[in-house]
Design a protein around this ligand. Structure first.
Ligand code: DOR
Ligand code: ZN
Length: 430
């Protein structure tokens, strides 16, 4: 089927493009892009007044399947992604069983093909069984198409093992190691950021240095081994300084920041309780400012949600017992359009760079641009649409969020994956 998207404002920094254009989609790819295209017998979709972006690519998502289907499934999580304007997700291996075998990789890919609403790229574990004991079988996972490895949710605490892993992965130029940088001996027992709020509440806390100590180790080992390292969910100003240090030395390091670490502080725990409990914890205004500045300059390469769904009953089991994680796929775009683009803190083109173009480059994917020949993965947004964040409308099984009730201006209205409309004004199509 041929589709002609007419009259939208196409924002594609890879082509230095920000102007009103038509797009012709054919056989799952962009066939043409021009100020005016003769649609012929193609289906015409009028997008005047809307912005048309290369499909968003989220490099940090937990879909929970196999093993934790009460929290999320491949079907519900990819529906949430499509509804949120996201066309590709890289999915973390802390499933049960974990993604440490080609059988689990195959299972996820098959489910995503048959039930999913967007593209799914499984991330393999760094250690066999995610146990932190010995390296996973990288060669066979690579053979099954895996290009990113992580024990996310936990660091590889043993530095000798982490070095061995990086040495094993260094020969693969198209592979990244995603580090969950945390020193568990410094963070153990902590429920929120160590600072004024934790003192006021009298609760055990996670100091900023629990992250920076680990970031320092991880970037030093990347520099020493030459392996490509991607730092997940940076949360502190100190980590940003260390990242700058590593990049000045041309270490093979990239980094991500989540919407919640950009937009929420440790104060949020007082309002939202365990709904705002996340790892790493929400930090301070100063940290948010440093993260945003680093994102603005491109020092932090990308935005990723760390979509980490848990059941409401788990989240309501008390601050101490509740698991860490925030469901982010359906709030990311409205929040980023409102709080960053709408307030002039980040241009729409820079948002596309951080949430589509650079993620594609880091993972070696074809997307990230709408040049002719590119996959027809497209996110259409309405920059004027207003409303408030309402988790009851989520497609994710985790229908709760610390952002509940936040007003927004700007949201995704259509998501196209491989030339097929997967979400249209909130409704998803299988
Ligand atoms: O908040 C988090 N939740 N951080 C992580 O690193 C893991 C994740 C999860 O799997 O729930
Ligand atoms: Zn995660």
């Amino acid at each position: 089927m041929r589709i002609c998207l007419q009259g939208g404002r196409v924002v594609d920094p890879a082509q230095s493009l920000d102007e009103r254009c038509d797009l012709l989609l054919e056989k799952g790819r962009v066939a043409a892009i021009a100020p005016q295209i003769d649609a012929g017998d193609a289906r015409i979709i009028d997008l005047s007044g809307k912005a048309v972006l290369p499909g968003l690519i989220d490099l940090h998502v937990h879909l929970r399947e196999p093993g934790f289907e009460d929290k999320e499934t491949i079907k519900s999580g990819t529906a949430a992604a499509a509804a949120g304007g996201i066309t590709s997700v890289a999915v973390m291996p802390n499933t049960e069983p974990p993604i440490d075998s080609t059988a689990v990789v195959r299972l996820i890919k098959e489910k995503a093909d048959s039930e999913g609403y967007c593209r799914v790229y499984p991330i393999g574990t760094l250690s066999r069984g995610r146990s932190g004991g010995e390296p996973a079988d990288f060669a066979s996972l690579y053979g099954a198409g895996v290009r990113a490895f992580s024990d996310d949710g936990a660091p590889v605490t043993d530095s000798r093992l982490f070095k061995k892993i990086l040495q094993a992965l260094a020969p693969y130029p198209d592979v990244i190691t995603i580090a969950h940088s945390e020193d568990l001996s410094l963070s153990a027992g902590g429920l929120l950021h160590e600072g004024a709020v934790s003192k006021k509440l009298g609760l055990p806390a996670v100091p900023a240095v629990a992250e920076t100590v680990a970031v320092a180790r991880d970037i030093l080992l990347a520099g020493a081994t030459g392996a490509r390292l991607h730092l997940a969910h940076l949360s502190t100003a100190g980590s940003v300084e260390l990242l700058a240090w590593a990049k000045e030395r041309e270490f093979p390091v990239t980094a991500e920041v989540t919407p919640h670490h950009l937009l929420l502080t440790d104060e949020e725990i007082s309002r939202s309780g365990a709904l705002a409990k996340v790892s790493p914890p929400l930090r301070t205004e100063d940290d948010c400012r440093a993260l945003l500045e680093a994102l603005r300059t491109g020092l932090i390469d990308i935005i990723a949600t760390d979509h980490a769904p848990h059941t409401l009953s788990e989240k309501e089991s008390g601050l101490e017992a509740a698991p860490c994680g925030i469901a982010g796929l359906e709030t990311a775009l409205p929040l980023l359009l409102t709080e960053l683009v709408g307030r002039g803190k980040l241009s729409l083109a820079d948002l596309v760079k951080a949430y589509s173009y650079r993620p594609a480059g880091i993972l070696g994917l074809e997307g990230g641009s709408l040049q002719p020949g590119a996959p027809a993965d497209i996110t259409v947004v309405d920059l004027e649409a207003t409303g408030t964040i309402d988790p009851r409308k989520f497609h994710s099984r985790a229908r709760h969020s610390p952002f509940t009730g936040r007003p927004y201006r700007g949201r995704p209205v259509m998501t196209i994956v491989g030339g097929i409309i997967r979400a249209d004004r909130g409704a998803v199509h299988g």
